[in-house]
Design a protein around this ligand. Structure first.
Ligand SMILES: [Zn+2]
Length: 244
């Protein structure tokens, strides 16, 4: 009888160890989708930044093309006005024509200024875009590397969990049904479910253990639970040297 319970205690310690590792691995596995989501958000922000920089350059180029077309129109207009110089019949008409030509030259000079500024804008937009491209490309490389690491740890964690679950089935099969059901019941409310006894205290809740219970823990006649926190109590001497 006592010997069977001692075996069970060792198995219980093993089961608890498996459960705590399983819980840790499952928690880590659970964090992976969140980390993946964070990566996807960073990627989307990078794409957006790139689009903004591309659009800024495209807008500058559109404005420049409009200014160039505008310049051509005004130059054509000036040519036309110049062509009329020898056709005008009166001084008044000639004066008016000269004024119109002067005004057109003024407009041409304005557009030329706009074009020069536009060239500077395009250059700075190109510089900005290539900086963003460089940064985003490095960021994408990082994100790809992160994803590889994530995929690998996901795979590793799933394999570990699968292995531990198999081990758990084995340990549960070796445990007596009563011991297992006590463990499962305690585990639902207290973690860890299994604690060591030191100096006649439950290390789970630090409450003293009644003398009769302590004797029963030492003799390992039955599974003793803490009357305060309900955890299963184990004496270190009752465990096989290694596991403890
Ligand atoms: Zn306790």
């Amino acid at each position: 009888m006592g010997c069977a319970l001692l075996d069970s205690l060792d198995q219980l310690v093993e089961l608890q160890d498996l459960d705590s590792r399983l819980a840790r691995f499952r928690e880590e596995l659970g964090k992976i989708p969140v980390r993946r989501q964070t990566g996807a958000e960073r990627r989307a922000r990078g794409d957006e930044e790139l689009e903004v920089a591309q659009k800024a350059l495209a807008d500058c180029e559109t404005r420049q093309r409009q200014a160039e077309a505008n310049l051509q129109d005004r130059e054509a207009m000036l040519l036309q006005l110049e062509g009329k110089q020898h056709q005008v019949k009166s001084n008044e008409a000639y004066t008016a024509l000269l004024a119109e030509m002067e005004q057109t030259r003024g407009l041409i000079s304005e557009v030329e200024t706009v074009l020069l500024e536009g060239m500077e804008e395009i250059e700075s937009a190109r510089g900005e875009l290539s900086q963003v491209e460089e940064r985003i490309s490095a960021e994408r490389d990082n994100l790809d590397a992160d994803e590889k690491v994530l995929a690998k740890s996901e795979k590793d964690l799933e394999a570990s969990i699968e292995g531990l679950e198999k081990d758990r089935v084995g340990v549960c099969g070796n445990l007596g049904g009563d011991v297992l059901s006590v463990y499962q019941r305690v585990l639902k409310r207290r973690q860890p479910a299994l604690v060591l006894v030191t100096e006649e205290l439950c290390t789970g809740c630090r409450v003293g253990i009644p003398a009769q219970d302590f004797i029963e823990i030492l003799t390992a006649e039955r599974l003793v639970t803490c009357m305060n926190c309900n955890r299963i109590l184990l004496h270190p001497d009752k465990l096989r040297a290694e596991g403890a």
